[in-house]
Design a protein around this ligand. Structure first.
Ligand SMILES: Cc1cc2nc3c(=O)[nH]c(=O)nc-3n(C[C@H](O)[C@H](O)[C@H](O)COP(=O)(O)OP(=O)(O)OC[C@H]3O[C@@H](n4cnc5c(N)ncnc54)[C@H](O)[C@@H]3O)c2cc1C
Length: 425
């Protein structure tokens, strides 16, 4: 089994163009220290491997996200040992989600009523500034080396396998990190995923504007999703009277926001009757962050010496609030496979990562289908309204759907002819 100390051998030199003499050697290099990267580094360091995580950002940092997690994400956070500290930092226990359709139909799904016992009756909402920083601290405590403000510029290859990366710190100094497995946990615009190839940009092309607003009237203990004719808005209480407000619009529409994101955000919210006034009654607590377009997937998630996890592998539409769960679950699956594969000397091969690919398909196939189903029905406001009205009237169906998106009810509970027929007929 590998030791935990990172070696920095003097006989290895950085590329000649480099102004830095830094060169690390590790079993695993994790590129990106969001939830996927921190969890992967933690689990592999706990398994006794030398793990190094690099992120171009300095933590704590903000991230454009609705900051909503269902009960199953809480289970994974609990396994990493962070739930208590998140709660102590003010994380908000969510009972479920209320959805309002374009023509006013409404459903309210509760985790506790979904028919399958969740890990807890509540999900959790917490600012990503807090969540990601907490997870990174856990990776450090597990023995991973963490380099912040360090960007991966390029991958290193040797004998047809990825063997680490060329990195650059904030002052522009370059160095290399050599590793037997390089994990791309670097999010939507992943450089690792681009180098592995097979990146697919899909539809709908949407852009999100995310703010923190204090004192919005009428918030309860569930998140709210409001679907309009051309996009949607999520309101999510994140603790301390603060609400995460995320506006998602088609990319063409978002062009009008260039250089004026705050103004665009409030103008567009104002078009949704009732909602604009509610949000405007609050006080902006953080500038509006914009991100997108985000419908992107990788068809090649492993290669010799490399694997993708989290958004770098595939992105779930924010509507169902499953990205953080998928990042943590993907990290679990990858760490389970990699900790076995790393027992064999040399770079971890594409073949040795086959169990990871299979496990991902098994874990995520149903979720991809449900996400598509919701995305397609949203494209037709009339159909969406009808489905929400049916689900709202038949309360248990609404709870089941929220349980599926909360990741503790199997997707088959929704993806079956009886459920689908009752939803639209
Ligand atoms: C508008 C919006 C709302 C969302 N709402 C929710 C929600 O409510 N609930 C939910 O579960 N999910 C939500 N998601 C999805 C969720 O944000 C992502 O799925 C989640 O952040 C994925 O985690 P990750 O670790 O894969 O990537 P990230 O969190 O994006 O982390 C990637 C890290 O990689 C670093 N990085 C990138 N490139 C490099 C490089 N070259 N070198 C070094 N570091 C690099 C970045 O700095 C970043 O820290 C939402 C997403 C969007 C866009």
């Amino acid at each position: 089994m590998a030791t935990r100390q990172l070696a920095r051998p003097s006989h290895l030199h950085p590329p000649s163009s480099s102004r830095s003499a830094d060169c690390y050697v590790a079993d695993v290099l994790v590129v990106g220290a969001g939830p996927a990267g921190s969890a992967t580094a933690t689990l592999l360091a706990r398994a006794g491997y030398r793990a190094i995580a690099v992120d171009r950002a300095a933590f704590p940092r903000d991230k454009a996200c609705s900051e909503y997690m269902g009960p199953e994400a809480v289970r994974l956070l609990d396994r990493l040992g962070v739930v208590e500290s998140l709660e102590a930092a003010g994380a908000f226990p969510l009972r479920g989600t209320a959805v309002t359709a374009p023509r006013g139909a409404r459903l309210h799904g509760l985790f506790a009523a979904a028919g399958h016992a969740p890990f807890r009756p509540t999900g959790l909402s917490v600012a990503r500034r807090i969540l990601d920083h907490t997870l990174l601290d856990v990776a450090r405590a597990a023995g991973a080396t963490v380099l912040e403000r360090t960007r991966v510029d390029e991958l290193l290859y040797e004998g047809g396998a990825v063997m680490g990366a060329v990195v650059r710190d904030v002052s522009g100094r370059r160095g290399t990190i050599r590793s037997r497995l390089t994990v791309g946990a670097d999010g939507l615009r992943s450089i690792v995923a681009r180098r592995l190839g097979g990146r697919r940009y899909g539809y709908p092309r949407r852009v999100a504007f995310v703010a923190h607003v204090d004192g919005i009237p009428g918030m309860g203990d569930s998140a709210e999703m409001h679907v309009g004719p051309a996009g949607y808005v999520g309101l999510n209480p994140i603790g301390g009277g603060r609400v995460n407000v995320a506006l998602v619009v088609p990319a063409e529409r978002a062009r009008a926001a260039s250089g004026r994101a705050d103004a665009f955000f409030f103008e567009t919210l104002g078009e949704l009757p009732g909602l604009g006034q509610r949000v405007a009654a609050g006080r902006l607590a953080r500038r509006v962050l914009a991100t997108g377009p985000f419908a992107v997937r990788s068809r090649r998630i492993t290669d010799n010496g490399a694997a993708l996890v989290g958004d770098a592998a595939d992105f779930f539409d924010p509507f169902t609030g499953e990205g953080i769960y998928s990042a943590l679950r993907g990290a679990d699956l990858l760490a389970a496979c990699a900790s076995v594969a790393l027992e064999t000397p040399g770079p971890v091969t594409h073949a040795a990562l086959a169990p990871y690919r299979r496990a991902r398909r098994h874990a995520f196939l149903g979720k991809w289908a449900v996400e598509r189903l919701i995305g397609w029905s949203m494209a037709s406001p009339r159909l969406f309204d009808r489905a929400v009205a049916r689900l709202g009237r038949r309360g248990t169906m609404a709870h089941t759907l929220i349980g599926v998106t909360g990741d503790f009810v199997p997707a088959s509970a929704v993806l079956n002819p009886a459920f689908l027929a009752r939803m639209v007929l």
